[in-house]
Design a protein around this ligand. Structure first.
Ligand code: ZN
Length: 295
């Protein structure tokens, strides 16, 4: 089954993760579902109340429930980190869109119906790590949950940019964007060559790509533009355009205008409002009771 995969260039030798990237791969879809008899716990009841009932989204965190990828060695998600992640996804993603649209309908109608939480990242032998996959508009897998840290930069880098990126693919599958977008950077897309061509965002920006991965192909460019936009402040965004300079800022702005108008015209979503709400909510993380399943 074809999947969209979001992954990072993973730098060894103690260097930090360099930047985001995403791709597409044909991976095994061997099911490891076992029909186990498991007892419903407080978290299962919380998921039924706060995910399934309002949004018709199921959240799987037990490895036996998960059709995980057999090409990688994966570790199950820790129970407590899964609880925190579930509450953060609801607060920073679903409820942000609820707030902008005025109802739960947009997420209920469009968000993938199944989210899998996996404890580890899936490491690839080319030095990248997979952070998220989206399959056929129906499910998203989120990796690296056991490493969860509660600061906005970490959350965006490893999870929330991924959530917006994969969601963008699904919106695009439902309502295609204008082919005009693909022509702006035209022959500059490099497919799998993105991680050898661009060592950092600085160099990709000058060629009109918001991240190195955006240079792989148009639909990834589109998803990167949207997800980077809503997870960064207005000041950070304009700094990126400044870094892009005379060569990069033109195509970046032209492409982002298409992304912005696509969301406004086809989905009635103003990305400036999404960004404002997401940014405000990020500032409220410390006020959340992430370990308490009473709310
Ligand atoms: Zn993608």
């Amino acid at each position: 089954m074809k999947k969209y995969i979001l992954f990072y260039i993973f730098m060894t030798l103690g260097l930090s993760v360099a930047f985001i990237s995403c791709g597409e791969d044909d991976l095994s879809s061997t099911s490891v579902i076992k029909d186990s008899q498991k007892e419903e716990n407080d978290f299962d009841r919380w998921i039924a109340k706060y995910y399934v009932a309002p949004y018709n989204i199921d959240l799987k965190y037990r490895m036996e429930d998960i059709e995980s990828d057999m090409n990688y060695f994966l570790v199950p998600a820790d129970y407590h980190q899964s609880v925190r992640m579930a509450k953060l996804m609801k607060f920073l993603c679903f409820e942000a869109y609820d707030e902008v649209t005025g109802s739960k309908k947009f997420i209920r109608d469009n968000y993938p119906k199944l989210i899998h939480l996996i404890g580890s990242a899936a490491y690839r032998n080319n030095g990248t790590m997979i952070l998220g996959t989206a399959e056929g508009g129906m499910k998203i897998s989120m990796y690296y949950v056991n490493a969860l840290q509660l600061n906005p930069t970490f959350l965006n880098t490893y999870y929330f940019k991924t959530m917006h990126h994969e969601f963008t693919h699904i919106l695009n599958q439902t309502k295609p964007y204008s082919i005009e977008f693909d022509m702006i950077s035209g022959s500059n897309y490099v497919k799998d060559g993105w991680n050898s061509k661009y060592a950092s965002n600085t160099t990709s920006l000058k060629d009109g790509f918001i991240t190195p991965y955006a240079s792989s192909e148009p639909r990834e460019d589109f998803a990167e533009l949207l997800s980077v936009y809503v997870t960064n402040t207005a000041a950070q965004w304009s700094q990126m355009l400044t870094t892009a300079g005379t060569t990069g800022s033109g195509p970046l702005q032209q492409k982002f205008d298409i992304v912005y108008n696509y969301m406004l015209d086809l989905w009635d979503i103003d990305l400036n409002q999404v960004r404002t709400v997401v940014q405000r909510r990020q500032g409220e993380i410390s006020t959340l009771d992430l370990d308490n399943l009473e709310n």
